[in-house]
Design a protein around this ligand. Structure first.
Ligand code: TRP
Length: 454
């Protein structure tokens, strides 16, 4: 508690770090395939509405809670609820969610790291059809040493950045990695668009198929809006806690949402133009990146270079997200327990790595070990994505809208944004309606649905 708390050196630093958190496996791996499976442009349209109506309002709420209290999620709920133990415990749930998400997120990020090496070795050039790529993927993840090695290596990278601190680690790291990420993605988009047959991919992505929009796809869009913006467990709250009162949160949050959406759509373009141009199956679901794309690279002129670039892109995106997850846990121990940052990073980085071991082994040694019929990896993913995050989002909306109170929140929000808010009174009316009514109701429906109650 005696240590001086760090702050971002500028608003740009915050925007890059927060977009780094938001832009991750969710954008590059998940968004393209769920858009592909759920009606292309029609899904993108529904997704954009979810982002605007729920994502942005809750994001503003989270960042604001962090900035107001200058604390991690536990400290933030504790102060704003005046010490109420239930709300404080809810902040604790966010810290736990950080552990759980990071433990399996880093397994997939480890695959991406391993695939950089595979593509540098030129392995993919022999992948003439999908069955070879599937087999290769199966043999890699089936090997405990391979999967644990890269899981561990990815953890070390994550820990190094967080160890260096808010300004010198997270902010500086994001300032280097985010522009590289955008640059690589633009190269891949241009490569995709200039392949013969690219227009079929654009057609797939942009031609709305409204018949594919069902209740289910709306729920998928809503759930993804949460995951992709890193909402519901206090990651954005923690990043917000390093913001100064002079910064305009409304503005910063809008830019983060814009960047996150832009990257997801660019990734969709890069991937589907290449998938269609090389005659691969766009609807291969979660296997799209690790099984379909290697074949795409084998068939594409210059494919091996683009393969290295692609997996580098994916790894960087995952890394800037993973650091935000670890930072939540670290901030809690630094703020509330008075730990030194270095000690917290070493202890909880290693602990989270260990929790991730059974997730990594779910693909090989522990594939028969199940919890309610799911492997450890699937169970951790399910618990976090389908239960902890929506629950967290629901309570954050309720808390800011009703418990802390929208009027007090608006007073705080005006720090750095007074002109914008006073000049456009409708902004706060909308925020209030979305946060107090629309978001909780819609999230509640999603939660019931995901739990199989409706
Ligand atoms: N938003 C990241 C992605 O799209 C994942 C992520 C990072 C996340 N931090 C989070 C998700 C916190 C939920 C909560 O891949």
């Amino acid at each position: 508690m005696t240590q001086q708390r760090e702050q971002w050196s500028s608003k740009l630093g915050f925007i890059l770090a927060a977009s780094g958190s938001a832009i991750g496996l969710g954008n590059i791996w998940k968004f393209p395939y769920i858009a592909g499976e759920n009606g292309g442009a029609a899904f993108v349209f529904v997704y954009l509405i979810c982002i605007a109506v729920i994502g942005l309002p809750v994001l503003v709420g989270e960042i604001l809670m962090g900035r107001t209290t200058q604390r991690n999620p536990v400290g933030a709920f504790n102060r704003l609820s005046k010490g109420n133990p239930y709300w404080t415990a809810l902040g604790g749930l966010g810290v736990v969610a950080g552990f759980v998400i990071l433990s399996f997120y880093s397994v997939v990020a480890g695959w991406s790291l391993g695939y950089i090496v595979e593509s540098m070795k030129g392995v993919f050039s022999t992948f003439t059809d999908a069955s070879i790529a599937n087999e290769h993927f199966g043999s890699l993840v089936g090997n405990p040493a391979w999967i644990l090695g890269y899981h561990g290596l990815f953890f070390i990278l994550t820990m190094v950045v967080v160890y260096l601190g808010v300004k010198d680690g997270i902010e500086k790291g994001s300032k280097i990695m985010m522009p590289i990420l955008l640059f690589i993605l633009l190269i891949l988009v241009i490569r995709g668009l200039t392949l013969p047959g690219a227009e079929k991919g654009m057609d797939f992505l942009w031609n709305p198929d409204w018949t594919k929009i069902s209740g289910e796809s709306v729920l998928i869009a809503l759930g993804h809006a949460f995951f992709t913006l890193s909402l519901g467990m206090g990651a954005m709250m923690t990043y917000g806690s390093y913001l100064s009162k002079k910064d305009n949160i409304l503005n910063a949050a809008t830019q983060v949402v814009f960047l996150d959406t832009l990257i997801a759509i660019l990734a969709g373009i890069a991937i589907f133009t290449a998938v269609f141009a090389t005659g691969q199956d766009p609807a291969s679901g979660p296997g799209l990146i690790f099984q379909t794309l290697p074949v795409v690279f084998a068939k594409m002129p210059g494919g091996s270079i683009f393969a290295v670039l692609f997996f580098l892109l994916l790894t960087l995106a995952a890394l800037t997200s993973a650091i935000s997850l670890l930072e939540v846990v670290v901030a809690y121990f630094v703020d509330e327990k008075g730990w030194q940052r270095h000690k917290a990073v070493m202890t909880f980085g290693f602990a989270t790595f260990l929790i991730g071991v059974p997730s990594a082994l779910s693909f090989n040694l522990m594939s028969d070990f199940t919890i309610f019929g799911n492997t450890f990896f699937d169970a951790a993913d399910y618990l976090a994505s389908n239960i902890l995050l929506p629950l967290g989002g629901f309570f954050i909306a309720i808390f800011v809208g009703w418990v802390w109170g929208i009027d007090k929140a608006i007073v705080e929000l005006k720090n750095g944004a007074a002109e914008m808010i006073d000049g456009n009174p409708w902004l706060m009316t909308l925020w209030s309606i979305f946060l107090r009514f629309l978001s909780p109701i819609l999230i509640f429906i999603v939660l019931l649905y995901k739990l199989g109650i409706i």
